[in-house]
Every structure is written in structure tokens, then in C-alpha cells.
Ligand binder design. Structure first.
Ligand code: CA
Length: 228
């Protein structure tokens, strides 16, 4: 996963970052709340120190939640400093009191991830013997792996085709970035989610109208017929 560590104490942040990286995670570190809010858009999980220098931790939490459903675990220095109800009301999924053991934190991260994970996709990538998918002027012949816009064939790469076929199979439904990456790339793929954005970008260009693929801020993408 891509994990945001929002923590102003450099030593704490370093230790946490190292430990998370050793467990295969990609870590973004931000030392103040404003930057943490911005960076939350780019990650799959947020570890949020409530005592950041610029913004109240609850406020950071609320601002992230205003645009994103990314899981958040709040970290706080002393148990009496934390208002448990307030932190959950602000939108955090859980909280951990410092000092905590790293294994405990990992277990909490896993539990929150399981709990907040979106329901699995109702359908997998269309089967090779599947039928034709149609959305407005767009039609996809899954068996032949060809896509047509107003009857004209689109020249797509393999990943672009998979991405378009997946969105078309679920057309109208929002697919999370995680779901798309799992289906089109690999479920154990921890690379940059920029790859997905790049493919969405080239696909939009080839479709000739960026409205075909709607960005649902903080969640993912959905296919919509711009003329529909
Ligand atoms: Ca702090």
C-alpha cells in the first residue's frame, strides 16, 4: 500500500517509515497538516499524528474526510490527550496511543484495511467468451479484444483495453483505484498509482472526450456516456 505518515517528529517519522517500507509499503511523509491533507489524495492509508504544528489533528482528519474515504488511523502521544469520540467523529477509523509497538500498529492497519475494503467487484474482467459490451457510442467486443467508437475501431494497448473493458462491464458504477489496479494489473502490485492515471489519460485522449471516464474524487473512476 501507499501509506501517508503525517508526523512532525522526524525521529518518529523516520523509524515508522523504515519499518513500513520493510513491510513492503510505499511511504509518503508529511510534517504538517496542510500538506498531509493534500497528500492524502495520493495514498491508500493515512497514519495521522494528532499533534501537528499547523492544524488541529481533528481538523486535518475532517479535511481529509471531506474529499476522501481513505482509511485513517490517528496517532496520539498520551491517552488522556485523545478524545476518543471526537477522533472517530472527525472521521478516523481507529486510533493508537503512543508509545505503541509497531506490530500492534501493523495489526490495526490490517484490521482497518479489512473493515474498510470495498466489497469485491460483482464481476471479474469480462470472460473471453463474454458478449459485447455497449455504452452509448462505445462498443467492446471482448472476445476479439477490440473496441469501437461510433463504429470506428480504437487503437488501444492491452492495458488500455483491459481498463476500458472493466469500466464498461461495470458501467455506471464507481470502481475504486484499488479495484481497478487489482483487476487490470495485479492484486499484489505495489507500484505507483500514477500508472493508472496515465492509462486513464491516454484512454480519454483516444476516446476523444474526457467525460467518458469520470473521476470520482478520492474514490476512483466510472465510465459514463458523455451523450447519455
Ligand atoms: Ca506531533
Amino acid at each position: 500500500m501507499r501509506i501517508l505518515v503525517a508526523e512532525d517528529d522526524e525521529h518518529v517519522a523516520d523509524a515508522l517509515t523504515d519499518a513500513l517500507r520493510q513491510h513492503g509499503h510505499t511511504v509518503l511523509w508529511r510534517a504538517d497538516g496542510g500538506k498531509a491533507v493534500d497528500a492524502a489524495e495520493e495514498v491508500d492509508f493515512v497514519l495521522l499524528d494528532l499533534g501537528l504544528p499547523d492544524l488541529d489533528g481533528y481538523e486535518v482528519c475532517r479535511r481529509i474526510r471531506a474529499t476522501s474515504m481513505v482509511p485513517i488511523i490517528a496517532l496520539t502521544a498520551r491517552s488522556e490527550e485523545i478524545d476518543r469520540v471526537m477522533v472517530l467523529q472527525a472521521g478516523a477509523d481507529d486510533y493508537v496511543v503512543k508509545p505503541y509497538g509497531f506490530r500492534e500498529l501493523l495489526a490495526r492497519i490490517e484490521a482497518v484495511t479489512r473493515r474498510t475494503r470495498q466489497a469485491p467487484l460483482p464481476t471479474a474482467l469480462p470472460e473471453p467468451d463474454g458478449s459485447e459490451l455497449e455504452t452509448g457510442a462505445l462498443s467492446i467486443d471482448v472476445r476479439a479484444r477490440k473496441a469501437f467508437l461510433a463504429g470506428e475501431p480504437l487503437s488501444l494497448t492491452a492495458k488500455e483495453f483491459d481498463l476500458l473493458a472493466l469500466l464498461a462491464a461495470e458501467h455506471g458504477a464507481v470502481l475504486t483505484r484499488e479495484q481497478i489496479i487489482e483487476r487490470v494489473w495485479d492484486e499484489n502490485w505495489f507500484g505507483s498509482t500514477r500508472t493508472l492515471d496515465v492509462h486513464v489519460g491516454t484512454l480519454r485522449t483516444k476516446l476523444g472526450d474526457k467525460r467518458w471516464i469520470e473521476t470520482v474524487r478520492g474514490v476512483g473512476f466510472r465510465l459514463t456516456d458523455p451523450c447519455g
